[in-house]
Design a protein around this ligand. Structure first.
Ligand SMILES: [Zn+2]
Length: 512
């Protein structure tokens, strides 16, 4: 608690030094407005803290427990780029969020509805350690980058903590101005949080309460965009006013809706939640969309290569077509794709990557588009995805310091099927839709190896059992095409034999 007050005093003190030391230089100007905007912003935040119940009441709640029901909509996983975001399987998830404000310790648990004491997974965020523990499998995964977890944690801010966080970073607070959204007038303040993320806070002019917050982010497909969090349904809990509904929008599209079922201001943080058993199996760290140190090029035959583990468990292929290279799949992110391009150049020095084929538009299969387009690579896709490729090319990417492309990227379309290259390195590309996974879905077939590269509708991790709804339509289509398959390389997982693949199909057909 003392740290909090010290920080605030230090910030005001630093502000004072700046204004004093700058006073002679600015004597001739009308300057000094930044410190004025800082002071005004601070007043707005302090008014919100008062309206929320006051600093003393906020600090007296040592540990807060929120029980929340969250509906998660996944972006970029629908059947078409313009389809609505899909709701995760099984409807809303139940989350338990424990926050110790003074100790800066946070625990997020995804609770199974029938066994509330045995969470499916627990994310523990401590000042010096972040990890995810999965009790049922007794595995632990350190977290070195919160990016993949943000969709979960973003839906669960505890507003009183957000307000204190802003005053903890008082030196960065500025009043931005006034804005009216949907008939409600707000005062808007920005500040930079502990991770240097600039946050805009919208305070209701009437109630003084936090009504919305915003951050500006970068995204592989959407480019620069806004993430908005809307706080509704404020209710009185003890001495505090707490919002009971929180909606998160990504680039204007609903991402999560959280309803608070219970708020307990007098909870306790069980120390056992903050550690994991010594016996837990340690998995590689959760790192976000970055290349894996295990990325490996394997030559399958003369001129045909697989790149295994471009990022953990994610595979793609490239083929030497004489004066250029043909790549199959555009993995997850620009960073991974640039690492892939480097691997290709190490294998086939100086050879340009002329084509990159994407199996379908889903975000984990099109995240590498920008990396390829800035490399001058032509994108191979289906007619329904052409506009999507142009859209990804056109969005501004100033947050990533990426200059505009300048021209439309090259696009080559596959209708039903098309062959690239010839002879022993020919790549046959087939549209295997209809499939419930995506309206347009390509596979690559390398006749020299009788090898099929396939995304999502068949994943192999040693499991014969598959999602039959997706697998059986693919199998029907393969039989219709008369493709002889001896090897299968899925995007996700490991290589399977043709027998293994067809065994899954046989089991699926028996079961359906
Ligand atoms: Zn997919």
């Amino acid at each position: 608690m003392t740290g909090r007050y010290f920080n605030r005093r230090a910030a005001v003190f630093v502000g004072l030094i700046v204004s004093l030391s700058g006073s002679s230089a600015l004597a001739q100007s009308n300057g000094g407005s930044s410190i004025e905007l800082q002071r005004q912003g601070m007043e707005v935040v302090e008014a919100a803290i008062t309206a929320t119940g006051g600093r003393a009441a906020i600090m007296s709640a040592n540990t807060v427990e929120l029980l929340v029901s969250t509906e998660v909509y996944s972006l970029g996983q629908g059947v078409r780029p313009d389809a609505d975001a899909t709701v995760g399987d099984g409807g809303p998830i139940t989350l338990r969020y424990l926050i110790d404000i003074a100790g800066d310790r946070h625990v997020y648990e995804q609770v199974l509805s029938d066994t509330a004491n045995q969470p499916r997974a627990r994310l523990v965020v401590l000042p010096d350690e972040i990890f995810v523990y999965t009790p049922a499998r007794n595995i632990v995964q350190p977290v070195v980058d919160m990016t993949p977890l943000r969709p979960l944690t973003r839906g669960l801010p505890y507003v009183p903590a957000t307000l204190l966080d802003a005053t903890d970073h008082a030196a960065s607070i500025r009043l931005l101005g006034d804005k009216t959204i949907a008939g409600t007038a707000y005062r808007v303040v920005t500040y930079a949080d502990g991770s240097n993320q600039q946050v805009a806070l919208y305070f209701d002019r009437q109630t003084r309460l936090l009504g919305r917050s915003e951050i500006v982010e970068s995204h592989e497909q959407l480019g620069d965009h806004v993430v908005e969090i809307v706080y509704d349904d404020y209710r009185t809990v003890g001495a505090l006013r707490i919002p009971h509904k929180i909606s998160v929008y990504t680039a204007g599209t609903l991402a999560t809706v959280s309803e608070f079922n219970d708020v307990d201001l007098a909870a306790t943080m069980d120390a056992a939640l903050l550690i994991y058993p010594d016996s837990a199996n340690q998995l590689p760290a959760l790192t976000g969309p970055v290349p894996s140190p295990e990325m490996e090029v394997t030559e399958l035959s003369d001129g045909i290569y697989a790149i295994m583990n471009a990022t953990a468990g994610y595979n793609l292929m490239f083929v030497d077509h004489g004066d250029h290279v043909f790549v199959i799949e555009a993995p997850i992110s620009t960073a991974i794709t640039r690492a892939v391009l480097q691997k290709i150049d190490e294998t086939l020095p100086g050879k340009p990557v002329r084509y990159a084929m994407i199996t379908h538009y889903h975000y984990d299969h099109s995240g590498g588009l920008w990396g390829f387009m800035t490399n001058g690579t032509t994108i191979v896709t289906t007619p329904g995805i052409e506009q999507f490729v142009y859209d990804v090319a056109a969005v501004p990417r100033t947050l990533d310091c990426e200059p505009p492309l300048g021209a439309r990227p090259g696009v080559e379309l596959v209708r039903e099927n098309r062959t690239f290259g010839s002879g022993d390195t020919a790549v046959e590309v087939y549209d295997v839709s209809p499939n419930p996974h995506a309206d347009e879905l390509l596979i690559a077939y390398l006749p020299a190896l009788k090898l099929m590269y396939v995304a999502d509708v068949y994943n192999y991790t040693g499991q014969i059992q598959q999602n039959n709804e997706l697998l059986l339509p693919l199998a029907d289509k393969l039989e219709e095409l008369g493709l002889e398959i001896e090897r299968v390389l899925p995007t996700h997982g490991q290589e399977a034999t043709g027998e293994t693949f067809w065994e899954s199909v046989r089991l699926g057909r028996e079961g359906s």
